[in-house]
Design a protein around this ligand. Structure first.
Ligand code: ADP
Ligand code: MG
Length: 201
């Protein structure tokens, strides 16, 4: 068996997910995928901690700015700034209010293709554009436009790491050494075992 099933990713149920009583619904969707929960905590983060989280990747600010400008333009809306860094900084400021407004559920999930599988289950950043069947598509009706008009974050229930590198940095930020648990889950045999030779008696 290769080590591909050891890929890890960070998921945070944001304050709106907790307030809308969707903790169980959200966890269920990751759990039934076959991924393994290896870390879990319930905390209220600080604004400094959130800023550090979103700036672990030095390119995030410009990327999120570009995504936000493009998202508005795609709908024929003129963005208030054309500068991605300024737009990104605005998003970060709103995130520092949003993410500290109440408790969040922090989770580490492990399994084959964990990062991409989780992003697929979570759906597109903007709920208006996320597919039905995804967490953001099924439970949210927010858009960049509405969030922008009220100078607040898009409320989209969950954070999920965007790449394996991002996941490694974020897991190190949210979890201490020893808080992630190594253990065997019985269903891993049916997910990953090469020969499936332990089933029939
Ligand atoms: P994702 O969470 O899908 O990885 P990003 O990393 O691009 O998305 O952005 C982080 C979070 O910032 C989003 O989940 C959303 O809550 C918020 N956000 C992103 N872009 C905007 C925007 N243009 N306006 C308001 N909030 C935004
Ligand atoms: Mg992201």
């Amino acid at each position: 068996m290769h080590n591909f099933h050891k890929e890890r990713t960070l998921v945070v149920i944001k304050p709106d997910g907790v307030q809308r009583s969707l903790i169980g619904e959200i966890i269920k969707r990751f759990e039934r995928s076959g991924l393994k929960l290896i870390g879990l905590k319930f905390i209220v983060p600080s604004a400094e901690f959130i800023e550090a989280h979103y700036t672990l990747d030095k390119n995030w600010l410009v990327n999120v700015g570009n995504k936000s400008i493009q998202g508005l333009k795609d709908k024929g809306i003129v963005p208030s700034t054309e500068d991605p860094e300024t737009a990104g900084r605005k998003v970060l400021d709103t995130l520092k209010k949003y993410m500290v407004s109440g408790p969040v559920v922090v989770m580490a999930w492990q399994g084959a293709n964990a990062v991409k599988i989780v992003r697929k289950i979570v759906g597109n950043t903007e709920p208006l554009a996320s597919d039905v069947g995804t967490i953001r598509g099924d439970f949210v009706l927010d858009s960049y436009n509405f969030a922008d008009a009220d100078a607040r974050s898009v409320r989209n229930l969950v954070h999920a790491s965007g790449s394996v590198e991002e996941a490694d940095m974020e897991l190190g930020h949210w979890f201490k050494e020893g808080e992630l648990v190594n253990y065997r889950l019985v269903q891993e045999q049916i997910l990953y075992d090469v020969n499936l030779d332990g089933i029939l008696e």
